[in-house]
Write a protein that binds this ligand. Sequence first.
Ligand code: NAP
Length: 267
Amino acid sequence: MEEKVAILGCGWLGFPLARELKDLGYSINGSTTSDHKIKTLKDFGINSFLIKLFEERIKGDMANFLKDVNVLILNFPPNYRENPNQEFIKIINNLSHEIAKQPNIYVVYVSTISVFRKTHPITKYNEEHEPYSEFSKTQQLIEAEKIILRLKNKSSILRLGGLIGEDRHPIKYIAGREKLQNANTPINLIHQNDAIDIIKKLVAQKVRGIFHGVYPKHTSHQEYYSKIAEERGFSIPNYEKDKDKIGKIIESNITQQVLGFDYKYEI
Ligand SMILES: NC(=O)c1ccc[n+]([C@@H]2O[C@H](COP(=O)([O-])OP(=O)(O)OC[C@H]3O[C@@H](n4cnc5c(N)ncnc54)[C@H](OP(=O)(O)O)[C@@H]3O)[C@@H](O)[C@H]2O)c1
């Protein structure tokens, strides 16, 4: 029987992921919070579900969304723009109760490298480092990972760096800006296609653990964004002289070894 993958959050990363997994022969349940996207998902052969997670409840047909599913990909970020005081941990707790009803589902939680602190001097973090933060929002992200890892289900955490792709690049927002503060901060980015390939490996291999997706090139912000601006015809951003080098470097050698993964899309 064909395997079924449920993607909770068919957004910028989740929608192309859904299409690629569909092309590989998986049956796909995909969710969105937006009425108008239901038809688009259907048009690509995705079984589409209108699901929205709130702090108090889940709106939508979770039971059918998870029915007969082999792999569940949690692929939505907290929404602090719309709801600055959102208690993300409550959302993840509600969700974990639903997931626990289906203990045979393998769960991939797409998290973020924001769980790691920037430091001076720079710290290198690999998959085995324990994240720590004194900030409440980041603490919730760290706790969200722990909730997923505590499930009886086999589960994995994938922490991604800043996502870039054909239609998304930070240079669009920083081109021409003045007095940027982070001249010497190392970059930690990943191309959308590499992120999708790592998730495809997880879906195929169903391994338990913590994984990182960050392209192994960590030049400084100033060097990187000046070069990209020049290549793409944007105005070069201006940086203040940094006294200290503050930031972090996220390594992913363990992920590469365990999954047999090589980055293909140079940053
Ligand atoms: N963007 C980055 O640079 C970055 C960096 C590191 C990690 N990540 C992680 O990568 C994953 C994908 O990010 P993305 O950039 O593709 O996000 P995105 O474009 O904002 O897509 C998020 C998806 O989740 C859905 N969603 C949002 N809030 C929801 C809620 N409360 N309940 C149910 N569904 C909800 C959205 O619904 P609609 O379809 O209605 O919009 C959308 O389909 C996330 O887990 C994020 O934390 C992203």
